[in-house]
Ligand binder design. Structure first.
Ligand code: AMP
Length: 404
């Protein structure tokens, strides 16, 4: 299949060529026809699958006809980073259409957002809180919305946005098309879909399983030696960029400082930063000026850096879904990725939960000199003294070791 199948307007096809896309990804080939037909869609797909273009392209096709400067499409995002990335994708794919998109989110002054809305815009990508603030100030008119996208709905739920989402949806015209995308399907999201979608077509793209361009392994380590082990893993990670996850903002900040002091270029992305500090950290990482970005789950949402070669869980995540989200930050599109998790004795129950979700055992690795008393019991246990074995070479290999 190629993009010609969809018979997009030539101005949209031009955007697809500029983006360098030649073949639709599975979520695109499955959802685009249904969206073009005007159906409600429930897409179960994690980030990295091409879901943004899956909804952006049909939105552009729909809006290209009809009045300009009226807000007709609303995309709701959990984070400002994701909102910005979606806005960038709209601008890239829709450059020739002349359709105008803008972002709305908190943490920055609202005056330019209010001005942008006043000047006339066709598509808004918004975080729920600031959108409601602007609605309360009567700065935004939602009466002409024809198409609503709830992106990363499970993250919006995690972040406590469900009441805001319900308030926003109640402000929209009843006759509209609604698209809901989520990487996972907790019962709350299923309920939300029942409430908000009419006869939806459901598509599932490798739900909850990490994409198979990622190699997964866990390393046993004592809490007190995590930093030492991380530094060894970083030294062995080659030229690639590494996203490291910690459990708390404090740990993220401290770890980035410790790495910098050890001569490894690192920065942190955590909730205590101002918007401009966040942008600075993100841009340095995106442009490859720093090798390591240390982040918490919330701060890392929406990060799309295709060169991330390694995700390292310095602290194991609290849920198996969070593991999927974290590790989905590597192995994007054509690239191969590696996901390491440092595991202490206390983490064993979570390792099992993750393995259950993935339906596979995670490969065990042991580094020489490290405390083996915390070795994670399981099958199959593979030991190696060298990390280099784990590097992504030319072979595209399966993600995990066999399960029993
Ligand atoms: P997403 O899942 O929307 O975050 O997309 C992940 C990455 O895939 C982004 O960098 C997109 O630009 C890229 N992408 C989306 N669709 C395609 C496609 N059909 N061919 C190649 N790259 C794509």
């Amino acid at each position: 299949m190629n993009f010609k199948t969809f018979s997009f307007h030539p101005q949209i096809n031009a955007g697809i060529s500029t983006a360098g896309y030649s073949t639709p990804t599975p979520i695109q080939s499955q959802t685009i026809p249904a969206i073009l037909e005007g159906k409600d869609v429930f897409g179960l797909a994690q980030t990295g699958t091409g879901k943004t273009a899956a909804f952006v392209l049909p939105i552009l096709e729909r809006l290209i006809k009809g009045p300009r400067g009226k807000l007709r499409a609303l995309i709701l995002s959990p984070t400002r980073e994701l909102a910005e990335q979606t806005h960038v994708a709209i601008n890239q794919l829709g450059r020739q259409t002349g359709l105008r998109s803008m972002t709305i989110y908190g943490g920055v002054s609202s005056s330019s957002q209010i001005r942008g809305l006043r000047n006339g815009v066709d598509i808004v990508v918004a975080c729920p809180g600031r959108l409601l603030d602007l609605k309360d100030q009567r700065a935004v008119n939602l009466n002409n919305i024809e198409i609503l996208v709830l992106d990363e709905a499970d993250h919006m739920f995690d972040m406590g946005f469900l009441p805001s989402l319900r308030r926003i949806v109640a402000l929209l015209p009843e006759r509209r098309q609604t698209l809901l995308f989520s990487a996972t399907m907790p019962s709350e999201i299923r309920k939300l879909a029942t409430e908000m979608l009419h006869n939806p077509v459901t598509f599932e793209i490798s739900i909850t399983k990490p994409i198979d361009t990622i190699s997964h392994a866990i390393y046993n380590v004592d809490q007190s030696r995590k930093l030492e082990m991380l530094m060894l893993l970083l030294r062995e990670s080659g030229q690639g960029q590494v996203l490291v996850f910690t459990r708390t903002k404090h740990r993220a900040k401290k770890l980035a400082i410790q790495l910098s002091q050890a001569g490894i270029s690192a920065t942190s992305l955590q909730g205590n930063l101002s918007q401009s500090q966040r942008d600075l950290a993100m841009n340095s990482f995106r442009r490859g000026r720093v090798k390591v970005l240390v982040a918490t789950d919330i701060a890392a949402r929406g990060i799309d850096v295709s060169q991330v070669s390694h995700v390292i869980n310095y602290d194991i995540p609290d849920t198996a879904d969070a593991y999927t989200h974290r590790t989905g930050r590597t192995g994007r599109m054509e690239h191969l990725g590696t996901a390491f998790t440092l595991v202490t004795k206390e983490d064993l129950p979570m390792v099992r939960t993750i393995e259950r979700l993935m339906g596979q055992a995670l490969e065990r690795r042991v580094m020489s000199d490290f405390d083996e008393s915390v070795r994670v019991p399981s099958q199959p246990v593979q030991t190696t003294n060298k990390i280099s074995q784990n590097r992504t070479n030319n072979n595209r290999f399966r993600s995990f070791s066999r399960s029993n």
